[in-house]
Design a protein around this ligand. Structure first.
Ligand SMILES: [Zn+2]
Length: 336
């Protein structure tokens, strides 16, 4: 199968990239959704815009055939780029590279999904498959409203392809780390450092004592990383601090690590240095890792075989992926 209509693809690319659709800019997201809705409709798909959760975030679902679907095409219409970004640096082609907000992550991917289906229509193969497309509108802020919709929809599909960009070397991503954040709050007791040190319970010292224990969670072989990333405590140089806090970024590759890590934090207060300090821990591993399975390898084989026929050389690849949950921060294009 050849990808033939490159001119049309580029016209679509220009329109979609030049339509600002930052997470939270739901009018922009809706505009992108309408573009795709019309095209899926023309393919004979049943499609509609859904507003899951609090009813503000447009998501587009399009189906062909009855569930269970052979394939789910998953993607997101929102970007990390604020309103006005597309006007500042609109879609452009330099050589064989496209530039503009979201060309990679992931408006280009959405168009690949659309054009793949349109190509199948042209070759007469579309009616042979049952497919479900779901594009959400709040991925960059953690899919907080759309997550249940994605989970429910995925249950009606045998396989899922996510149209996020591949690695720069065209390698597929077949493995991703999961993870979560933990927050620790230590409460001690204030006292004058000079006059009454014996009356104080030093929250900073207590917290500092916990840091190496957290560091010990790291296990390169298992693919677990635990990093104390933010720490604070104390107020005045002559006062024993009564409060200290720390935040920990956790990534896991082995799903079983969730249990070990969460048990560790649940039991952290048992490692108290001072009998009277209070250690509170919150957080959990809320993103399970995506692991390689015989089923995912089988899909990859099919993709690689077809890519080779088309003259591309892809390979499986695992990536210590990132995930993004915070609204207002931009971590860069290729991170997820
Ligand atoms: Zn993305």
């Amino acid at each position: 199968m050849e990808f033939t209509d490159i001119e049309r693809f580029l016209d679509d690319f220009e329109y979609v990239v030049n339509t600002d659709s930052a997470s939270g800019n739901n009018d922009g997201v809706l505009k992108v959704a309408h573009f795709f809705q019309e095209r899926f409709f023309r393919l004979g798909m049943a499609c509609g815009i859904q507003l899951p959760g609090n009813g503000t975030v447009p998501c587009l679902k399009a189906t062909l055939g009855d569930p269970p679907h052979d394939m789910m095409f998953l993607g997101h219409m929102d970007t990390v780029f604020p309103e006005g970004e597309a006007a500042q640096r609109p879609f452009a082609l330099h050589g064989n590279r496209a530039w503009g907000p979201g060309v990679c992550d992931m408006k280009g991917g959405l168009l690949v999904a659309l054009h793949a289906l349109e190509t199948l229509k042209k070759t007469g193969d579309l009616d042979k498959i049952s497919v479900c497309v779901l594009f959400n509108g709040d991925e960059e802020t953690g899919s907080t409203q759309s997550r249940p919709l994605i989970q429910e929809t995925a249950k009606t599909c045998r396989r899922v392809l996510v149209f996020e960009p591949c690695r720069p070397d065209y390698h597929l991503v077949n493995q991703r780390k999961g993870g979560g954040w933990f927050h620790i709050e230590v409460t001690g007791k204030k006292a004058h450092a000079g006059a009454d040190p014996h009356l104080g319970i030093n929250a900073v010292v207590e917290l500092a004592h916990l840091v190496p224990l957290i560091q010990d969670l790291n296990d390169e072989n298992l693919g677990t990383s635990a990093q104390v990333t933010v720490i604070s405590g104390g107020d005045k140089v002559n006062i024993i601090p009564s409060l200290a806090t720390a935040s920990v970024d956790l990534r896991i590759l082995d799903p079983k690590e969730k249990q070990r890590v969460e048990a560790f934090f649940a039991g952290l207060s048992r490692n108290r240095l001072f009998e009277q300090s209070v250690i509170r821990v919150s957080g959990c591993i809320d993103r399970p890792p995506m692991t390689v399975t015989p089923k995912s390898l089988a899909i990859q084989e099919v993709i690689m075989a077809q890519a080779q026929k088309n003259g591309h050389h892809h390979g499986g690849h695992h990536h210590g992926g990132m995930f993004r949950r915070q609204p207002d921060r931009f971590f860069g294009h290729s991170h997820h």
